[in-house]
Design a protein around this ligand. Structure first.
Ligand code: ADP
Ligand code: MG
Length: 314
């Protein structure tokens, strides 16, 4: 997933914590191997993408379940989120080690964004087909949330009740830090090292941010980044960062990407679903979902904690 993962535990002996973390780390690596469409080696997602069009393929239950969740987010977000942007993402090249220097040709962008639109058919019990080679699954905006969710389940199964998993700023916490809540800083999308706010979290809380500062290049005075608006095939321009705060990390991950694309007009929907959000819009203005503001603390400098500040490995 191109990122460091940091584990923090509290209230458990070191030996127990280390073996729990090792097991959680392997589970997260397994999930990356299962879902990634990049790199060497085969997996069921790559095989599906290479399969002939129009023929139902049985996906492993785990992949089918995450795809079903992704399709619900796609529908509910009015196609701001799409799990079939694989070909378009590869065309842009943001997942390569080296950032591209130029945007791809307009004609190819619009061809691939049209081809990715509603291009899957759902058969019975976890079987799917696609309608052509330009319809490629890409779990880049949801698999990290799933990995965090599973990683936390593994920690808990090893008797850990107080912990943070931080995968490059996508965070889940459980329990507390002793008497105090965990404190999580939300990174400022432009001023690195600064936070826009600090969240006090106790219990099961996921805090996931999608930002335009992770993978991007500048060309002719414009920033091109890795979160694409499926309608245009272009980097989404309505936000600089979108943070979702809710218990489940899978939904937090998927909806942070969806909200990023929707911009602040997506906030009422997030509130309606019972989640909290902080959005930094395209002009740098900060918006909160209904009820979120009262739960959040304005930041003081220096920031108390910057666990969301770990840089991703480019
Ligand atoms: P990050 O991976 O940096 O935490 P996201 O969770 O927002 O950020 O996921 C971005 C990744 O998701 C991209 O690298 C790409 O693989 C994929 N993607 C880009 N735009 C969309 C979108 N509109 N819907 C779903 N997936 C997307
Ligand atoms: Mg996401």
């Amino acid at each position: 997933m191109g990122t460091l993962v940091e584990f923090t535990t509290h209230g458990t002996g070191q030996a127990q914590a280390l073996s729990a973390i090792e097991a959680a780390g392997s589970e997260m690596q397994r999930i990356e191997n299962l879902f990634s469409i990049y790199g060497e080696g085969s997996n069921p997602v790559k095989l599906f993408n290479q399969s002939p069009p129009g023929i139902m393929q049985q996906l492993p239950a785990e992949v089918a379940t995450l795809l079903e969740t992704a399709l619900k987010v796609e529908k509910r977000s009015g196609h701001a989120f799409s799990p079939t942007l694989g070909a378009l993402n590869k065309l842009w090249g943001f997942s390569q080690t080296e950032m591209p220097a130029l945007p791809p040709p307009d004609g190819e962008i619009s061809e691939l964004s049209k081809a990715s639109f509603a291009c899957l058919q759902h058969g019975s019990e976890g079987s799917f087909s696609h309608n052509g080679s330009l319809c490629e699954l890409d779990f880049g905006a949801i698999a990290k949330g799933y990995a965090i969710e599973r990683g936390m389940e593994i920690l808990q199964s090893h008797g850990i009740n107080h912990a943070i998993i931080n995968a490059g700023g996508d965070i889940k916490v459980i329990g507390t830090h002793g008497e105090r809540p965990w404190k999580i800083g939300i990174r400022h999308p432009r001023n690195s090292g600064e936070v826009i706010t600090t969240i006090e979290a106790a219990g099961e809380i996921s805090i996931v941010t999608s930002g335009d500062y992770e993978r991007y290049f500048n060309h002719q005075g414009r920033r091109y980044h890795h979160i694409l608006d499926p309608h245009s095939g272009m980097p989404a321009a309505r936000a600089r960062s979108a943070t979702i705060i809710t218990s489940n990390a899978i939904l937090a991950d998927a909806w942070s990407t969806a909200l990023f694309v929707m911009g602040h007009e997506g906030l009422p929907l997030i509130g309606k679903m019972g989640m909290n959000a902080i959005l930094v819009d395209g002009n740098g203005r900060i918006h909160y979902s209904k009820n979120a503001e009262s739960r959040l603390q304005p930041s003081r400098s220096p920031p108390m904690l910057r666990t969301s500040d770990i840089k991703t490995d480019p």
